[in-house]
Design a protein around this ligand. Structure first.
Ligand SMILES: C[S@@+](CC[C@H](N)C(=O)[O-])C[C@H]1O[C@@H](n2cnc3c(N)ncnc32)[C@H](O)[C@@H]1O
Length: 220
């Protein structure tokens, strides 16, 4: 990764999570995972909540009775999770750029909500191959990522350093996907669901893609 994007991102997110300092009752859960209820219900292994932040998805999964491993680069986020979810199976602080500290085939389901759009193309592909490694064959990745139409949250703003990847004024990088980008990143796998949607969890509406990928290698 070029520049100080990595350090800037950590600083940025530590500060955000410090300011938010959620308690369990103030966490806003939305229902995007309901569509994948059968996949989540079927998982007999713990579910990985990647880039867990304040724990919106951790809360959803715990409320469903699932065992959850919550991960983030930010120690502030991890501290919040530990405070709010004493019942959590495990938390891990690591940077996705460094590879994932889990053995092969550790998970049937990985959830990555709004955390896979901060990387160069090369890094995104490395992260996707790490996700493949830690998933069992035919395991599922459930994600939401910024859409190119997310104008309320910076789409098209800043210096474009790669197609659809922008350097922001906080010195971090942010990608905005279109459908073709998602199909390209996951071309080796089976995209079971892909839809542009509007999320209203934030003050301003957010345009994003909701995606479900099954990690079974396609024959090209
Ligand atoms: C927009 S928040 C999403 C939080 C949560 N998943 C949600 O939907 O509310 C993005 C999260 O991704 C984490 N993140 C960003 N880059 C990361 C990286 N390289 N490694 C690990 N976590 C990262 C941030 O620290 C932050 O908590």
């Amino acid at each position: 990764m070029e520049g100080n994007y990595r350090e800037n991102s950590l600083q940025y997110w530590d500060q955000i999570h410090e300011e938010l300092d959620y308690n369990r009752n103030s966490i806003k859960v939305d229902d995007w995972l309901d569509r994948f209820e059968d996949i989540i219900d079927r998982s007999s292994l713990p579910i990985l909540d990647l880039g867990c932040g304040g724990g919106n998805n951790t809360l959803y999964l715990i409320d469903k009775g699932k065992s959850v491993i919550a991960c983030d680069q930010s120690e502030k986020a991890i501290a919040m999770i530990q405070k709010n979810f004493p019942e959590i199976k495990e938390t891990k602080r690591f940077n996705m750029l460094d590879g994932f500290p889990f053995p092969d085939n550790s998970f049937e389901v990985v959830v990555a909500d709004l955390c896979l759009h901060y990387f160069t193309e090369k890094d995104t592909l490395r992260i996707i191959s790490e996700i493949e490694r830690i998933l069992v064959p035919k395991g599922h990745l459930l994600i939401r990522v910024n859409s190119v139409n997310d104008v309320n949250h910076g789409a098209g703003q800043g210096v474009e350093i790669e197609p659809h990847l922008y350097e922001t004024e906080t010195g971090t990088i942010k990608r905005y996907f279109d459908e073709a980008d998602i199909k390209r990143f996951f071309k080796d796998y089976d995209i079971e669901y892909l839809k542009e949607e509007t999320m209203s969890r934030y003050k301003l509406e957010k345009k994003l893609y909701r995606v479900c990928v099954r990690f079974e290698k396609k024959q090209h």
